[in-house]
Design a protein around this ligand. Structure first.
Ligand SMILES: Nc1ncnc2c1ncn2[C@@H]1O[C@H](COP(=O)(O)OP(=O)(O)OP(=O)(O)O)[C@@H](O)[C@H]1O
Ligand SMILES: O=P(O)(O)O[C@H]1[C@H](O)[C@@H](O)[C@H](OP(=O)(O)O)[C@@H](OP(=O)(O)O)[C@H]1O
Ligand SMILES: [Mg+2]
Length: 357
C-alpha cells in the first residue's frame, strides 16, 4: 500500500448515482490505497484531465442518448472512446461495447441464450423483439418465437430513461395491442414472487433476495401497466407482489450456491464485464433458473463492504492489464482460472459484440 497519490482513478457516474452510493466514502478508501479520485468532465477533451491509471464509469444513460442521436451525448462518448483508443495502458471498468449490449434487452437476452447455460438448467424465458405496429404480424411473431401468455412486455432500451422501466403484463391476444414497439416480449415465469439479484464485483458476487411479481396465469383480464422500480426494490410493497391465497401453499425453491456460481462465471465470460447485476427467478415446479434481466453497474444495495470490493477489483484490473501489456496473449503465469483472465474476456466481448447483435 502506498501513501503518495501517484495513481489516478478517472470516474464518471451521474449525480444521482454518486449520492445513492455515498461516493465520498470511496474517497477515503482510495486515499488509503494511494489513489486520487478524479471525476471526468465529459464536456472537455480528456487528454488534459489525465493521465489516468484506470477509468471507472456508469455511462449507460449517456450511451443510450448517443444511440438515439443526441449530438451532445455523442460528443461525450467520442471523447471517452478516443481517450481509451489513444491510451491502451489505461484499464477500463467496463468495456463500452459490453455496456452497449446490455442497453438492448433483445441483444443481451440473445447473447446469454447462446451461452450453453441451458445444459445447467438455466434459461432465458422465451423472448422476441416486436418492431411492428401491426397487430396480426405481432401475434404471428409471438407465436413463432414460442412466447406464451401471460408475457411481460419490456421497452427494448433497458436503461437511459424512466421509460425503460415501464413494463406491461399481457394476458391474452387482445392485450397485444398494448405493446409499444420497439419492445421485447418475454414469457412470464411463475416464481412465487421471489427475485434473486446476483451482484457481481469482479470475481466476487453476493446474492440478495427481493420482492417480485406474484404468479400469473393466462386469463381474459386487461393489461397491467407497472414500473419495475415499484416492484423489485428492497423496500417495494407493491400489491402485484402479494401471492393469491391458492399460491401461498406452493413451495419456494432456494437457490444453490454452485448454480449461482455457474451463472456468474458464464455471464461474466460472455460479456467481459466486472460490475453487473443478474436478476434470476426460480421457476415453480421445474426448479429451472430463469435469467430475466442483466444490469450494468447496479445499485449494490445490501452488498457488504462494496467499496472495499470495488478497490480490490481496481487493483486486480490494473495488475492484470499491466501483465497483458507486457506479454500480450501470454497470461500463463497469472491465470488462476476464470478469475484473472480479464484481457481475454474483454477481447472476447469486443469480437462477439459486432457479430452477435
Ligand atoms: N420473464 C419474467 N418472468 C417473471 N417475472 C418477470 C419476468 N420479467 C420481468 N419480471 C418481473 O418484472 C420485474 C422487472 O423486470 P425487469 O428486471 O426485466 O425490468 P427492469 O426495468 O430491467 O428492472 P431493473 O430495475 O432491475 O433494471 C422483475 O423484477 C420481475 O418481478
Ligand atoms: O440495484 P438494482 O436493484 O438491481 O437496481 C438497479 C436497476 O436494476 C437499474 O435498472 C438501475 O439502472 P438505471 O437507472 O440506469 O436504469 C440502477 O440504477 P442506479 O444506477 O441509479 O443505481 C439500479 O437502480
Ligand atoms: Mg434492468
Amino acid at each position: 500500500m502506498e501513501n503518495k497519490s501517484t495513481k489516478v482513478i478517472g470516474y464518471w457516474l451521474s449525480e444521482k448515482k454518486t449520492q445513492k452510493l455515498n461516493w465520498t466514502e470511496f474517497n477515503f478508501v482510495c486515499r488509503k490505497y494511494g489513489f486520487e479520485l478524479v471525476k471526468l468532465d465529459l464536456s472537455r477533451d480528456l487528454e488534459e484531465q489525465g493521465p489516468f491509471t484506470v477509468i471507472l464509469h456508469k455511462l449507460t444513460d449517456i450511451i443510450a442518448l448517443a444511440i438515439q442521436g443526441d449530438p451532445e451525448a455523442q460528443a461525450m462518448i467520442s471523447r471517452v472512446e478516443n481517450y481509451i483508443k489513444c491510451h491502451p495502458e489505461v484499464a477500463i471498468i467496463d468495456p463500452l461495447e459490453s455496456v452497449r449490449k446490455l442497453l438492448d434487452r433483445y441483444c443481451s437476452y440473445s447473447f446469454i441464450h447462446d451461452s450453453g447455460l441451458e445444459k445447467a438448467n438455466v434459461f432465458i424465458p422465451s423472448f422476441v423483439e416486436l418492431t411492428s405496429n401491426d397487430f396480426e404480424e405481432n401475434l404471428k411473431t409471438l407465436r413463432m418465437a414460442g412466447v406464451n401468455f401471460p408475457f411481460v412486455c419490456k421497452p427494448s432500451v433497458a436503461h437511459g430513461s424512466s421509460n425503460a422501466h415501464k413494463l406491461r403484463m399481457i394476458f391474452n391476444e387482445e392485450g397485444v395491442k398494448d405493446c409499444r414497439p420497439p419492445c421485447v416480449a418475454q414469457s412470464f415465469v411463475n416464481h412465487n414472487a421471489v427475485l434473486y439479484k446476483i451482484y457481481l464485483v469482479g470475481d466476487e458476487h453476493f446474492l440478495v433476495e427481493r420482492p417480485s411479481l406474484k404468479n400469473f396465469y393466462p386469463s381474459d383480464r386487461g393489461t397491467i401497466f407497472f414500473d419495475s422500480h415499484d416492484v423489485s426494490k428492497a423496500d417495494s410493497t407493491s400489491s402485484l407482489s402479494i401471492l393469491d391465497p391458492d399460491d401461498r401453499e406452493l413451495s419456494t425453491i432456494q437457490p444453490e450456491a454452485s448454480k449461482l456460481q455457474q451463472i456468474v462465471r458464464v455471464v461474466r465470460r460472455k460479456l467481459g464485464m466486472s460490475l453487473m447485476g443478474i436478476d434470476v427467478v426460480i421457476e415453480n415446479g421445474s426448479g429451472r433458473y430463469g435469467i430475466i434481466d442483466i444490469n450494468a453497474y447496479p445499485g449494490y444495495d445490501g452488498y457488504p463492504n462494496f467499496f472495499q470490493s470495488l478497490m480490490n477489483l481496481i487493483l486486480e484490473m490494473i495488475n492484470q492489464h499491466n501483465c497483458d501489456l507486457i506479454s500480450p496473449g501470454d497470461d500463463s503465469g497469472f491465470d488462476t482460472g476464470d478469475s484473472s483472465d480479464e484481457k481475454k474476456k474483454q477481447s472476447a466481448a469486443t469480437e462477439d459484440s459486432w457479430f452477435n447483435c
